[in-house]
Design a protein around this ligand. Sequence first.
Ligand SMILES: *[C@@H]1O[C@H](CO)[C@@H](O)[C@H](O)[C@H]1NC(C)=O
Ligand SMILES: *[C@@H]1O[C@H](CO)[C@@H](O)[C@H](O)[C@H]1NC(C)=O
Ligand SMILES: *[C@@H]1O[C@H](CO)[C@@H](O)[C@H](O)[C@H]1NC(C)=O
Ligand SMILES: *[C@@H]1O[C@H](CO)[C@@H](O)[C@H](O)[C@H]1NC(C)=O
Ligand SMILES: *[C@@H]1O[C@H](CO)[C@@H](O)[C@H](O)[C@H]1NC(C)=O
Ligand SMILES: *[C@@H]1O[C@H](CO)[C@@H](O)[C@H](O)[C@H]1NC(C)=O
Ligand SMILES: *[C@@H]1O[C@H](CO)[C@@H](O)[C@H](O)[C@H]1NC(C)=O
Ligand SMILES: *[C@@H]1O[C@H](CO)[C@@H](O)[C@H](O)[C@H]1NC(C)=O
Ligand SMILES: [Zn+2]
Length: 423
Amino acid sequence: MRLSSFFALRLTSLVISALSLPPSASAQDRTTEQGEAQILDPTVECSPYQYPPVDNAQSNFPSSWTVATILPGDSAAQAKYQSIESLILDIPPKGKQPGALTGNFAGVTYDSNDPDCWWTYSMCTSPNVSGIPNDIAELPEPNILGYGFDDGPNCSHNAFYDYLLSKDQKATVFYIGSNVQQFPLEAQRALTDGHEICVHTWSHHYMTSLTNEQAFAELWYTMQMIKLVVGVTPTCWRPPYGDIDDRIRTIADALDLTTIMWQYDSDDWRGIGSETEVDNNYMNLITAAQNGTFSTSGTIMLTHELTNFTMSEAVKFYDQLASAFSYLVPVGVALNVTAPYVEDGYTLPTFAEFSGSGSGDTSDPSASGSSDGSVTNGTSGSTSATSGNSTNASNSGAAKVSFGHVGSFASAVVLIAGVQFML
Ligand SMILES: *[C@@H]1O[C@H](CO)[C@@H](O)[C@H](O)[C@H]1NC(C)=O
Ligand SMILES: *[C@@H]1O[C@H](CO)[C@@H](O)[C@H](O)[C@H]1NC(C)=O
Ligand SMILES: *[C@@H]1O[C@H](CO)[C@@H](O)[C@H](O)[C@H]1NC(C)=O
Ligand SMILES: *[C@@H]1O[C@H](CO)[C@@H](O)[C@H](O)[C@H]1NC(C)=O
Ligand SMILES: *[C@@H]1O[C@H](CO)[C@@H](O)[C@H](O)[C@H]1NC(C)=O
Ligand SMILES: *[C@@H]1O[C@H](CO)[C@@H](O)[C@H](O)[C@H]1NC(C)=O
Ligand SMILES: *[C@@H]1O[C@H](CO)[C@@H](O)[C@H](O)[C@H]1NC(C)=O
Ligand SMILES: *[C@@H]1O[C@H](CO)[C@@H](O)[C@H](O)[C@H]1NC(C)=O
Ligand SMILES: [Zn+2]
């Protein structure tokens, strides 16, 4: 057990803006994934745009950045929840809302034996409850890095995604439902570019603080929003701040979501003022890779597509990471998850196919995975660039009232079982 630990606390507040698109935007095609992907001015990229399939479905989803609950009259969500309710481990929510929603667990008393395998308390990733798989924090193949980014889709990620394309590098992206709702064309780009999309909840709150129904709804509506916008339903997720316990694990497992954690933390969310510290965190991982730390199992580092800074750090250290590790792979590739989505027709290569180390696998005509780790539409054998909803060109480019948000950071001191935590 640690005595103290540092955590991010991102307070995301909703700003309702009634801004018209800036004049320069009218020259841009903001109705298709391909058009939107060409915009490189962050101000234009991050200004709101209209996307009728999402706008028309607004009443089927919770409000952006608010804690999700099952919407009245949503019989599909209600039925699913009722069907899994008996599987949910009977542990009370941690702390008290609203403070606990943002990680203030003040006043929580918790058994120091860590009965709930509460990551925020002990970094536990091996559930105590039976029948639930361990969280994925390390990877079975040696000398590999599970390459991924949290908190997207960032509205200004085009330069970064262009960079990844230039390196033919695929990643696992952990998308927030509210961001997908606000920037659907940016979310579609992940599939088009061949990245693996996982869930990162609807409103990015501390999951262990939520009621069973809220925790379910945070996952459920993010899965539904990604399905609506991108056309696929993810099978993996990462809890914001890593805040998971066995109760939340049983909910995620009942939704067939694999929990992806990490072993190394870049702390890149701390921002440009912490550049030295973030650089050191990257260099520590690179040094460890070079000195054989991962000679028996690969690892995962927590990094974000949250801001220009976090994406710039990823670019800054890309070449060094790529040479220190044997492979940088989407997490699903490292785990041989050949069917990353619920829907048929999308495949990832096995690790052997990806690394070219497969014995005979490559001659298997049914092995439709692309060797670069990208998600492939196996029906056509082509990459997913033309699948999903990325070819939709029918939307109008008119300005509209939409949502934007600002992120900010705060810190809180928390007392758990007499141990002071800095969150
Ligand atoms: C693990 O869970 C069981 C009940 O499922 C409980 O009795 C036990 O105390 C838990 N383990 C720890 C270390 O608390
Ligand atoms: C996206 O495409 C899928 C089929 O791939 C379709 O079922 C879904 O309705 C589409 N969503 C939107 C928002 O167009
Ligand atoms: C390898 O490098 C890491 C990171 O600098 C360090 O923590 C670790 O002790 C080193 N291990 C060996 C065997 O040198
Ligand atoms: C994306 O990054 C930009 C630039 O750092 C930032 O201003 C914006 O808030 C981010 N947006 C999202 C949706 O993450
Ligand atoms: C960061 O912002 C600068 C200035 O707008 C831009 O040139 C650069 O491409 C951005 N980097 C990333 C990774 O988004
Ligand atoms: C992935 O498949 C390879 C064989 O191709 C195997 O060695 C490895 O253990 C598998 N990994 C997992 C996580 O199943
Ligand atoms: C895969 O591609 C084929 C041909 O382009 C298309 O008919 C099919 O709908 C796609 N499948 C999915 C799941 O998008
Ligand atoms: C394209 O958008 C229109 C509405 O603007 C929608 O009716 C249609 O289903 C969409 N098609 C795809 C493939 O996304
Ligand atoms: Zn996050």
